[in-house]
Design a protein around this ligand. Sequence first.
Ligand code: BGC
Length: 759
Amino acid sequence: MHGMGGNEAYLDRARQLTIEQKAALCLGGDIWHTASVPEHGIGPITLSDGPHGLRRQAEGGDNIGIGGSLPATCFPTACALASSWNPELAREIGDALGVEARAQDVAVVLGPGVNIKRSPLCGRNFEYLSEDPYLAGRLGAALVRGIQAHGVGTSMKHFAANNQETDRMRVSAEVDERTLREIYLPAFEHIVTAATPWTVMCAYNKINGTYASEHHWLLTELLRDEWGFDGLVMSDWGAVHDRVASVAAGLDLEMPPDLGHSDKALVEAVQEGRLDEGLLDLAAARVLQLVDRAAARIPAEVDVDAHHALARRAAAECIVLLRNEGGALPLAGRGTVAVLGELARTPRYQGAGSSQVNPTRVDVALDALTAALPGATVRFAPGYPLDDPTAAPDQELIAEAVRVARDADVVVACIGLPAVAESEGYDRTHMDLPPAQLALLDALAVEAPGVPVVAVLFNGSAVRTSSWDDRTAAVVECWLGGQAGGSAVADVLTGAVNPSGKLAETIPLTLADCSASLNFPGEDGRVRYGEGVFVGYRGYDASERAVAYPFGHGLSYTTFDYDGLSVTRTGSVDAGDLAVTVSCRVRNTGDRAGREIVQLYLGDPQASVARPPRELKGFGSLTLEPGAEGQVEFTLGPREFAFWSARDGRWLVEAGEFTVQVGASSRDIRLTESVTIEASPPDRPLTGMSTLEEWLADPAGERALRAAIGTNADGTPAGILSNPQMQRMLGNFPVSTLAAFAEFGLSHEIVDRLVAERA
Ligand code: BGC
């Protein structure tokens, strides 16, 4: 039986309850609370979204309410936060969320969301961190640590392979185990093993035909037995279809409760012997454990101003300077600044759906810029209508914007996605900006050609930039930066903050370049993850596609030089103590202080399976004064070198030369070195169905085979081994097939003997 992480006391307590009480506990009491069992002194605890700010529904409110939650600080959404590549910052935000949860009597915060961005079209990408599992895992773990340090739980979600919104309640993600293990699961795995989240939320979708909520391998064998998770698994809201099957699979808590249905089903299943009561005990015990954990929490006061200040600092650190031609930014000494675009006045700073926060206040970019540029004249024109992303260009708004631009020294064009363009619940169908905004950019290029345009983007997932960015002087990606995003824009544009964010997701030239695009969002209830492990930059790199802005890219107002790469190996794979230490120096070669995020990628060009040219295996950052130099160091263990071998059913490090690539982005590798890793080949059984090549590749197998086939009178190899060309041509024939050809020197008796000797 899958235990309680050694805490049998909860099981004993659960066993004292009636079947009905246990069943009740395994369902929520209502949409945001666990059930209570007053006879046993078990009270309810409160669960609340969400990942970047609380969405605590007022008691007695509408409850489902996507609006109307208690005011809370809206921190940068995950898509923004990930661009900081800063686990310390994520931890600080987690810390603030923990304080707000205590203040609002929230026991478990429903986040972070760490699903991988498989396609830029996923409507919920703004709630997820990255296309890269290493980065998502490190940041997710930091959020969990920050929140849980307050005695408040987290719910890592949505477990697993919830990478689209289309048909999300039913669709089956068809994904092979290697791809799951290398791409879609490692962020979850890292968070479980490094940060011990109190709870995990299962996804709505199916994985290879089985609902996540009923997936025994996922919820029990992998999560608990392999990764050692000892907390509670809850359903996403409405993810349970068969309560009995889900308890058997390891789903402890159904949310919201399907009262009168799911509880009845559980009781009957136990009474009729269809569900082992021990499994119900276990699920109930985990609810008891969660309720107990939450009891240690103490109330707190929120310093609303301090949290807003943190939200602002964070949002500025999340901004990515994509392009900056001729030092267009920072804005300095500009007499007249034309701020164009409705988004400058009507901020978009978070996404729609269950993560929507009712902010304590909202900073507006136009106001913040005006205040931050006291010596300049700031003029505004909305330029386009914001509400309808399909609306035709508004020629009057465009003409007015062009007039304002013509009189200016620089244009700050605030553009991006309207709220309805991306949301929980549905996916986008294209990556383009709305036509009304593209028309504004066209008009500026044609009718105000001499005025440099700084494009400032607000969007929750990558938008296509390649059709217009060459006509801009600078492009600034702000993502959805939370309630202080407007001030953060001013901080970065004026240079009060030197940008340091780097892309946590690739911006492709076109959607068609994305490896997932041929299989998204699937059809007939299934979506085939046909691109395998080649997700995000792994795909663009492997297919050698140009991209608009690569994963890891982000400019600064200063420049950095890299040198002194050193790679040292100690230990070995076979002994289980392989450690590769990588270090390099980075120097600030510009004239202002800045922060550089240094990225370490590994490549395994000699692998026996198809592997991406490079995969992120480490990152670090340095804040350097002009002229100053610092050192970054990374340590890699066996797992960093391994791939998931489907053949061996385990992580496998193959011997060979790996490339260690250190750079400023995935496509700006500054230093490369190779490191030779030694490892014994996996012990793979040789059978009659093993090919000639496989027998010859195995030293003992080769010896036995050669001895069995024997030699000609002159001592040269006989049979199939006598003719190198034939040997190569038939190298992929199983030896038992070759046995049928008399002239090859094998027979079924010989093959049977060889196989028996191997056993
Ligand atoms: C979302 C979850 C969320 C839950 C509760 C679901 O629709 O997928 O992310 O935590 O609702 O609001």
